[in-house]
Design a protein around this ligand. Structure first.
Ligand code: SF4
Length: 269
């Protein structure tokens, strides 16, 4: 519409008495979706990005079994067991806490085919230093007992002809008595030694060896002098030589000699 046409249009309405004219609102623009904001610019790193392959997806499965070799005990008496196999199984043993203070493992000494085995408690300082059982003062007394008694009884026997070992193979700190769990763990080796040797008789020296083999709470005084049994092997209980070294134990000394006489005659007659 031209201006002239608009002027004439307005005059026509004025003549009709219309004093006010309202303009119509312009038509609304159709609704259109608001476009998303433009993406922010991404900074490009100066160094090239390192390519990392995606981590492999591991299918769920059973938890792996963690073996602790320190806690794996050898079987009680494997078939074809031998002293060498037992020695190898002990190795640099750390199966119980007694390994912490030891210098040497004291496996045993003597004739591994002997018909007589002496079992003591555990190594002392001298034994720990040398790696041999009964080499201290108590050991010297044991040698005298074995060789003196056998000579007196007319039995030709020297200490190296018998076998001597202990319940625990490592020295307990401050020479304390081995604890039940230590005796149980290391006792497996003692049992294997005894089964491998299969002596005609065993002589238990003191209460720890007696408890380990006979599993009894009865003391040495009660059990000594009478034959007991470990499995099918006769066992004689007597005093530990270190107990006999005490000056006031003269009666015990005499009794120990009596016990030993019985053992020697039983085994060697
Ligand atoms: S005492 Fe026996 S079980 Fe304990 S660490 Fe020594 S050898 Fe091993």
């Amino acid at each position: 519409m031209t201006i002239e046409e608009l002027r004439r249009y307005l005059e026509f309405y004025r003549d009709l008495g219309i004093k006010e004219v309202r303009t119509l609102a312009p038509p609304r623009a159709p609704l259109t979706p608001v476009p998303p904001p433009p993406p922010k610019p991404v900074a490009i790193p100066a160094e090239p990005l390192e390519f990392r392959p995606p981590a492999p997806v591991i299918p769920p499965g059973p938890a792996p079994i963690v073996m602790n070799p320190e806690l794996t005990l050898p079987s009680l008496a494997p078939e074809g067991d031998s002293m060498e196999a037992i020695r190898n199984d002990i190795g640099d043993c750390r199966r119980c806490r007694l390994c912490e203070g030891r210098n040497k493992i004291v496996f045993g000494s003597g004739n591994e085919a002997s018909p007589l085995v002496f079992v003591g408690e555990g190594p002392g300082a001298d034994e720990d230093a040398q790696g041999l059982p009964f080499v201290g003062r108590a050991g010297q007394l044991l040698t005298q007992m074995i060789e003196g008694t056998s000579k007196k009884e007319g039995i030709p026997l020297l200490r190296p002809e018998v076998y001597i070992c202990n319940v625990v193979k490592c020295r307990p700190p401050e020479n304390r008595t081995p604890q039940p769990d230590e005796m149980e763990i290391c006792g497996q080796f003692l049992f294997r030694q005894l089964m491998a040797i299969r002596p005609k008789a065993i002589c238990c020296l003191g209460s720890t060896a007696t408890k380990a083999l006979l599993g009894t709470k009865d003391g040495v005084m009660k059990l000594r002098g009478k034959w007991q049994k470990w499995r099918d092997i006769p066992v004689m209980v007597t005093y530990h030589p270190s107990y006999l070294l005490r000056p006031y134990n003269q009666d015990a000394k005499r009794e120990a000699w009596e016990d030993l006489k019985k053992v020697l005659h039983f085994v060697y007659d």
